[in-house]
Design a protein around this ligand. Structure first.
Ligand code: ADP
Ligand code: GLC
Length: 488
């Protein structure tokens, strides 16, 4: 089967979060299962450094019409890696910028995102007619959602594209791509699409909503999140559409690329370790504390780690609310992340107030994120919602015990510790109250300080879990086969 992926992020070329990890790891796994996969990605400024000097165009010019003008996109051949063919959509006026969705380090989105991702999607459709029409377009989030919308509206009569099935994966229903009504005209779509049963929502053109309506099948990245988004609390206004389509919605938990995330061979670590021999983890802890400038931390003091986009989704305000209480505990805390200025300032101020206990690095740093997973004892993820979450799964593999809010993929991957049975992999809390988070952290700290054997069992229970991509990739193949069956 030939599958075309269209997404706005993909490791190693462009990443702000877990979407990139997924789009980087799932296609090679599908290739290992015997399928042909091409991945299309916008040619952002950061992608350019991956191109050889003598890079080749796969298609030199594709005309993309807008209301008053045409734009011209090229397809750069990104080559084949692990059997996956990469294509980059080149339109420098739209993509050759520092940020992917908005100014880097700035707040908000670019004003022309509808045009940027509208062009991206239309170019993928046109390019695939020249480079290979797949059986399935597998598109991701609102940035890929215009593909099914175009395909079932203004491309409806295209004899070549018409049989192609579409699958849309929701990685995060909190980001939907809302645009002004005029976008209909800008993208040359008919006004009759702008109704509540199609792409309209609260008088905006909602890309994700249109994608949910026009795709043949929908997936999201954990079973619990697939249920949650059918409720007003998590559906972010799309719950009624998702309820209507619940027969076509499946939760497939993300996997982990253990070629990148395994403490036994991770080249970014100061030392290696495994469940059989944990000694290297001590060296990783030393290295991490050094990187964060925390010196003379007694070896009996646990290290709590955070790696996160600093966004409201991640529940960091719960941490802010228990900050004073937490600093009374015997622990040090290191946080790596960036994003909303409110959270950046919170961590900066907290670290300035408690320089020997709290340390933060406000930036995106791939290598430090690996060191943090390895060198911490406890990993904190108090998310308000979490479609899948990858960091908690990385933590398990690195013997770093997760403390998480029981939502989405966090609920599905972390089992509460039961001291009597010696079962479980972490600590969970359910409520929305900061006190619930503190109580979960206190339970973890209690075991760490008072039951070293129990703590080691917790670590080993987590390290024994296998969240590789093999199983989820097979589930995606089942979905592709199902949509093809339906299209006949
Ligand atoms: P989300 O996609 O919502 O941000 P995930 O847990 O699925 O959450 O994935 C986050 C990914 O982004 C992980 O691979 C994590 O290591 C990485 N990440 C997030 N923030 C940073 C950062 N500041 N520096 C390095 N990596 C980061
Ligand atoms: C989103 C979600 C995260 C998920 C990732 C990859 O960014 O917030 O939970 O792991 O997508 O699917």
């Amino acid at each position: 089967m030939h599958i075309v992926f269209a997404a706005s992020e993909c490791v190693p070329f462009a990443k702000t979060g877990g979407l990139a990890d997924v789009v980087g790891a799932l296609p090679p796994e599908l290739v290992r299962l015997g399928h042909q996969v091409s991945v299309y990605l916008p040619l952002y400024k950061t992608v350019r450094k991956f191109l050889p000097e003598d890079f080749k165009y796969a298609v030199r010019s594709i005309t993309v019409p807008f209301e008053y003008y045409n734009r011209f996109a090229a397809i750069v051949d990104g080559g084949v890696r692990d059997g996956v063919q990469y294509y980059f959509v080149d339109c420098p006026e739209l993509f050759d910028r520092d940020g992917f969705y908005g100014p880097k380090g700035g707040v908000g989105d670019y004003g022309d995102n509808a045009e940027r991702f509208g062009l991206f999607c239309r170019t993928v459709l046109e390019a695939s007619k020249q480079l290979g029409v797949p059986q399935v377009f597998h598109v991701h989030d609102w940035q890929g959602a215009m593909i099914p919308i175009y395909l079932r509206t203004i491309y409806y009569f295209d004899p070549v594209l018409r049989p192609v099935a579409t699958v849309l994966t929701i990685h995060n229903a909190g980001y939907q791509g809302w645009f002004p009504p005029k976008t209909i005209e800008q993208l040359l779509l008919p006004w009759d699409l702008f109704t509540f049963d199609k792409v309209e929502q609260n008088d905006t053109f909602n890309f994700l909503k249109g994608g949910l309506i026009y795709s043949d099948y929908l997936t999201t990245v954990s079973r619990t999140y697939a249920q949650e988004i059918q409720t007003p609390e998590f559906g972010a206004g799309l719950e009624s559409v998702l309820i209507k389509r619940h027969w076509d919605l499946r939760g497939i938990l993300n996997g982990v690329d253990y070629a990148q995330w395994d403490p036994a061979r991770d080249p970014k670590l100061a030392a290696h370790y495994s469940a059989e021999d944990l000694t290297g983890k001590k060296e990783c802890r030393r290295d991490l504390l050094h990187a964060f400038g925390l010196n003379d931390v007694p070896h009996t003091t646990p290290v709590i780690g955070i790696v996160s986009r600093f966004a409201t989704q991640k529940g960091l305000d719960f941490i802010a609310q228990i900050a004073d209480k937490l600093t009374e505990r015997n622990m040090v805390l290191v946080a790596l992340g960036n994003g909303e200025p409110y959270y950046e300032n919170f961590f900066r101020d907290w670290a300035a107030k408690r320089p020997h206990q709290i340390a933060t690095q406000i930036r995106y740093d791939e290598s430090l994120s690996h060191k943090l997973e390895a060198g911490s004892d406890i990993f904190l993820m108090p998310s308000r919602y979490e479609p899948s979450g990858l960091n908690q799964m990385y933590s398990l593999k690195y013997g770093t015990v997760p403390v998480v809010r029981a939502t989405g993929g966090l609920e599905d991957t972390i089992e509460e510790w039961h001291a009597d049975e010696r079962t479980g992999t972490g600590f969970k809390f359910y409520g929305y109250h900061p006190g619930d988070l503190l109580w979960a952290i206190d339970r973890a700290l209690w075991v760490y300080h008072n039951d070293p054997d129990g703590w080691k069992t917790l670590m080993l229970n987590g390290m024994a879990k296998d969240y590789s991509w093999v199983h989820p990739a097979k589930e995606y193949v089942e979905v592709y086969e199902e949509v093809l069956r339906r299209r006949g």
